[in-house]
Design a protein. Structure first.
Length: 135
């Protein structure tokens, strides 16, 4: 083999190896790009799911808020709020005591027909005591 042929084969092999290296690098870049694209697609799907869940939660909260506001408005519809001049702590306390007294009377009168003199007596508690012999 002549030295010129040898140099030509050597240069051809170098070109072939350079081309092979470039192709391998292109394949690596394409694989990276594909992995990045798949990761972005996954992120996009997860983001869409998260946003959908967030929108559903907001819709549920809006519905619950509307429901509670409607209940509050109905509860306050017949009630006239007292003005600042009308609020008297002493009167408020007396009113609360009067309401408590009425409530106690109502509970006592509703419990009175059911109670008898025998039911008012409580049985003696014997737990933890020694019983006398013969009982």
């Amino acid at each position: 083999m002549h030295p010129e042929d040898y140099q030509r084969l050597k240069e051809a092999e170098k070109e072939h190896l350079r081309a092979l290296r470039q192709l391998k690098q292109a394949v690596r870049m394409l694989r990276r790009r594909r992995a990045i694209d798949e990761a972005l697609a996954r992120l996009e799907r997860q983001t869409e799911k998260t946003l959908t869940a967030h929108d559903e939660a907001l819709a549920r909260l809006a519905l619950e808020t509307a429901y509670q506001e409607a209940r509050l408005e109905l509860a306050l519809a017949g009630r006239v709020p007292p003005s600042a001049e009308e609020v008297d702590p002493v009167q408020t306390r007396r009113r609360a005591q009067e309401l408590l007294r009425q409530l106690r009377e109502e509970t006592e009168t509703s419990a009175a027909p059911d109670s008898s003199p025998q039911s008012k007596e409580r049985p003696e508690k014997t737990l933890g005591r020694l019983r006398p012999p013969g009982s």
